[in-house]
Structures are given as structure tokens and as C-alpha cells.
Design a protein around this ligand. Structure first.
Ligand code: PMP
Length: 399
């Protein structure tokens, strides 16, 4: 487990020492170095980027490119493959627009709403055959071999799937699926939101991937897209200042090359600079170190007997000691909202409900909703003990 002192590096945890924060799959805490960087922009460098000939504007423009390099390094990509977005939702909406003419879009039943609604908005449904949904089992897992076989029915479509589920923490074998998809001429989009803060993401040969800053100890409202395919190839679906070299009023537009083509308007400068530092911090902590930390947390959870509480059934119980960072429970004999509300009164943050992934949650819980506990790198054994105590008290009251 990382040192207990790490909590002091996360301002909200430092300032509210009673808070037991176990909702990191919804949003991780922001590291102090990220805040410092964002503040430094507002306190010392406040100006617009890419437009000024004066020193701070030139420096900020260079710093934005440094952030792009920091983010690229985290996923072992090239800076020109990284485009800043407002988050994974925006990234997925942009990509969906690029592929709106695809004959089929294949998703899994475990996708986040952000990877379902942009496709549904195009008039795709299961019934009209333009939306293909790969089912998950009752345990929340995807049968990869079966999924690979199914892909053969949908040549030239688009496969848009997560790399880790925000509901269960279970990972998909996205590399195997990507290979099978490419064999059929299917493009691959990965929602890497739940991977980036906890597990190494390998862009492999995926075509596009999206991520959010607030899942990797960074700021909210900023994220990034990775694209293996050059950005110039894709239509600019957002239009505006800064993305063009020149244009005339007869409709001739000369766009910039690379991600700049799609990064319109004044960017979220503080967010980008903070995101760069968050990427550096994540790199510094290292995915191997995180895996060890989450394994220790897993042991701490086992030690408190949380997995044996009557009525609290862990989804996919065999997925243990493997850097697991999301624990989701079905509640039998009581409602998950009552449990989380009681925990809330004890300043213990968990999450309950459909978790923006209605199809899988409905399947796993029969529509009732699930209770999710998602630790981060700052959680301690003491947090887990408090959670266990809170859960036991809550359930004793409810049954
Ligand atoms: N996909 C997944 C798997 C997520 O967990 C989330 C965030 N809950 C999103 C997409 C949306 O990300 P953002 O908040 O950056 O728009």
C-alpha cells in the first residue's frame, strides 16, 4: 500500500480528514501538483495561447505542447496522435460523428452511456440492425472468443468498446478484439476512461481511444483522444477559430494539420496544463506500483470480511488480487441506496444506482441498481476498516 502520507498530497482529503473516499471510478481526487500547475497559469501566465507574440503567450503555447508530450508518453504514443477534448464523452461524440455512415456499430452490453447514446442519436437500434450489442454474462464478463466470431458478420463496421468497465472493473481483451475486428475491416474505438488511472493502456493497433483527466488524478472537464489514423483524415465536426490556416467567404477552408484541426476556440488552458502534470504524476507513481497498492487494498478488504457480509454479493467474485480497483455489490434483502445513504452520513463516499451504464446494471441487478466501492491510490487500511464498520452498521439497521 502507498504510504498513509500520500493523502496529504490530495487537497480535498487533506482538508477533510474524516472523508473516506471510495468513489474513484466516478472521479479520482486531484493531486496537489496538478492544482499548483493550474494556479500557476492563472497567477503567472494568464493570457490566450497560440495568438500572442509576447513572452507569456509564447510560453503557454509551448507548455500546451509539453502537456501533449506528457500525455503521449503515458500511453506510449506520439504527441501528434493526441488531441485534447473536454473528456471522454466529448471524444466519443466526435468520433461517433466521424463514423456516422458506418453500416454497423458494435458495442458491448457493458458500455457507459457515453458510448451508447451518441450511436443511438444516429438512429441506430438493435431492431434496425445498425447497432449490434455483444452481451455480457450474468457475471458481467464478455465471451471474447464468441465476440470475435460474431465480428465476422459485420464487415466494415465500427467496434466501440471499453477497456475496463466502470461498473465491474473487469477488463476487456481489447487487443484480441482489435485484431479480430481489423481482420474484417472493422474500425476500433476504445473507451479507456477506466483504464488510464489504474492500468497501463497499450494503444496497440486500435484506431481511436478516449480518456478523461478526472479519472487519472487530474482536473475535471478535460480529457484526450488518441488517434492512430491521422487527424487530417477526419471531417472537422467542431468549427471555429484557431483551427484554420486560412479561409475565404466562398467556402474555401485550409485547416491545420494534426489535432489542431479539431481543437477549436480558446482551449481549456489550465485544464490542459493540469492534465499534463497528472499524466506525469501517473507515470511517476507507475502502474506496477498501483497494481501492488490495489492488491494490498484487496487483501485489506478480505481481512475485514466484507466479502462475507450476508446480502452483499460481490459481482464477479473470482476477479481478485489482480490490481482490482472496482468492487460492485448486489444487495439482497435491502436496497443499495439505503446502504450508500447511511455510509454518506458517516462521510464514506461510495456510489449506487445504474452508474451511467444502464444495460449491464439492469442485467446484473434486475433493475434495482448496484453498490460500487472504488478505491484510489490514496486509500488506506484504515479507510477499508471504516467502510467495513459502516457497511455492517448499515445492513444491521436495514435487515
Ligand atoms: N466512459 C466510462 C467508462 C466512464 O467511466 C466515464 C465517466 N464516468 C465516461 C465514459 C465519461 O467520461 P467523462 O466524464 O470524461 O466525459
Amino acid at each position: 500500500m502507498f504510504s498513509d502520507r500520500i493523502k496529504d498530497e490530495f487537497p480535498t482529503l487533506k482538508n477533510d480528514t474524516g472523508l473516506v473516499y471510495l468513489d474513484s471510478a466516478a472521479s479520482t481526487q486531484t493531486h496537489q501538483s496538478v492544482l499548483d500547475r493550474m494556479n500557476r497559469y492563472y497567477e503567472e501566465q494568464r493570457c490566450n495561447a497560440n495568438r500572442g507574440d509576447f513572452p507569456i503567450s509564447q510560453q503557454v503555447s509551448a507548455d500546451i505542447e509539453l502537456a501533449r508530450e506528457q500525455v503521449a508518453e503515458l500511453i506510449n504514443a506520439k504527441p501528434e496522435q493526441i488531441m485534447f477534448t473536454a473528456g471522454a464523452t466529448e471524444g466519443l461524440n466526435i468520433i461517433a460523428e466521424w463514423y456516422k455512415d458506418a453500416p454497423y456499430v458494435i458495442i458491448t452490453e457493458a458500455e457507459h452511456t457515453a458510448n451508447i447514446l451518441p450511436w443511438i442519436a444516429q438512429g441506430r437500434t438493435i431492431d434496425n440492425g445498425r447497432l449490434i450489442v455483444l452481451p455480457v454474462t450474468e457475471r458481467g464478463t464478455l465471451d471474447t472468443n464468441k465476440a470475435c466470431e460474431l465480428l465476422a458478420n459485420y464487415p466494415n463496421g465500427v467496434l466501440s468498446i471499453h477497456s475496463h468497465s466502470n461498473v465491474t472493473g473487469i477488463g476487456t481483451d481489447y487487443k484480441k478484439l482489435t485484431k479480430a475486428a481489423h481482420d474484417q475491416g472493422i474500425r476500433v474505438i476504445i473507451d479507456g476512461c477506466q483504464t488510464i488511472g489504474t492500468h497501463e493502456f497499450d494503444p496497440y493497433t486500435v484506431d481511436h481511444a478516449v480518456f478523461s483527466g478526472h479519472k487519472m488524478y487530474g482536473p475535471t472537464g478535460i480529457g484526450f483522444m488518441y488517434s492512430r489514423l491521422p487527424y487530417e483524415r477526419f471531417r472537422s465536426v467542431r468549427l471555429g477559430g484557431g483551427s484554420v490556416v486560412s479561409y475565404d467567404l466562398n467556402g474555401n477552408v485550409d485547416f491545420y494539420d494534426g489535432p489542431a484541426k479539431h481543437e477549436v476556440g480558446t482551449p481549456n488552458i489550465a485544464g490542459i496544463l493540469g492534465l499534463g502534470v497528472a499524466a506525469e504524476y501517473t507515470n511517476y507513481m507507475g502502474y506496477d506500483g498501483m497494481k501492488k497498492h490495489f492488491t494490498d487494498i484487496d487483501f485489506a478488504l478480505s481481512d475485514t470480511d466484507i466479502f462475507n457480509i450476508k446480502g452483499l454479493e460481490l459481482v464477479f467474485p473470482s476477479y481478485r488480487q489482480n490490481g482490482r480497483y472496482v468492487y460492485t455489490f448486489n444487495c439482497n434483502g435491502f436496497h443499495p441506496s439505503d446502504v450508500s445513504a447511511y455510509l454518506g452520513t458517516q462521510n464514506i463516499a461510495t456510489r449506487v444506482g445504474k452508474m451511467c451504464a444502464h444495460p449491464i446494471v439492469n442485467k446484473l441487478s434486475g433493475g434495482k441498481g448496484l453498490l460500487r466501492v472504488s478505491p484510489g491510490i490514496y486509500n488506506t487500511k484504515e479507510d477499508i476498516e471504516k467502510l467495513s464498520e459502516g457497511l455492517c452498521k448499515a445492513i444491521a439497521k436495514l435487515v
